[in-house]
Ligand binder design. Sequence first.
Ligand code: C5P
Length: 403
Amino acid sequence: MTLQGKHIVLGITGSIAAYKAASLARLLIKSGAEVQIVITPAGKEFITPVTLSALTGKPVVSEFFTANDGTWHSHVDLGQWADLMLIAPATASTLGKMANGVADNMLITTYMSMKAPVMIAPAMDLDMFAHPATTRNIEILRSYGNIIIEPASGELASHLIGKGRMEEPENIFKAVEDFFAKQQTLAKKKILITAGPSYEKIDPVRFIGNYSSGKMGFSLAEECANRGAEVILVTGPVSLTISHPNITRIDVESAEEMYNASLKAFPSMDAAILCAAVADFRPAQKYDEKVKRGEDLLNISLVPNKDIAATLGKMKKASQLLIGFALETNDEENNALKKIVKKNLDYIVLNSLNDKGAGFKYDTNKIAIISKSGIRKDFELKSKKEVASDIIDETLSGFPILV
Ligand code: C5P
């Protein structure tokens, strides 16, 4: 198990154990994770940001603003970016603030904006750890779903002996690995994802296209890969980048190229999620040279493209799942239901252009998922990363876990 591709926010607070956070950051990075450190002002008294940023290759975040240049650090963006927030060491004061929502520094605001699971490794003197306030705060944090990595017993910085030492970096790292291993619900599964628009050439410089940004398909690819699946991502022209060892990206331009790449991949897949906004038509004639301006009307005749979803629907074996998307402007549910039948889909993800913040270009989306038996589930407006997670939970959770 490696942490390849995982985004981890490592929170460091003002405890002598902060020096061990450097080893922890190193272990996480060696295992392939991307680590963003958020440190409290007191934390910086124990370990310098220079040491930490040299290890992670990223500037350490500590203040809301970077002095002099007006850069604002967004705790909300960090909350969306992370797959895990790990606070190690967590002092008694930080535990208290987290439990009670006292958002007076960057670390606590990041914690309160966190969309990902949170693991906490407390570190303090034995009496502080044994104090009923700490016990109560830890109980409250557990009730929020946070995972506590219990401190160890032994000699403390005060030379007293008792429970309160932060767990050793190797053991915290192991807890992180175990946590992600449990999430590998799509291990050994192969998933085809189509994303982005298709460009249908008119002449060497012009095309018929659409506004699809590819963000939804890329979020799905990343989320499937993070859960252990091997992903083939067939994408039309987009400006997005993706780097994950489980993702093979195939760039195409036209619907025909997407059709060919998808048909080739599908037989060995366990599922396909067809997120691409494929052009339904292409120009009947492709001009070899740029069409010149003239006085006459220019007519471009269009011929229909092949439907990838419907073709895969015909090829589909009983063990394979097929998930399509529908973007409708009117009578959405009826049209979506017709598409399930016509294309032999197992699920259709419905997004409507009528919902604010949903659809093309946005970082957010609002969806409903309809199964082939006609059961509909509606979701709130969420980030595309969260929407990807919902789609996978809803449509691919039936896969047996093969770890
Ligand atoms: O029929 P409509 O284009 O609305 O269907 C949308 C669904 O079908 C999407 O999942 C889309 O990716 C897929 N599709 C396709 N090939 C096409 C047209 C649409 O796979 N040529």
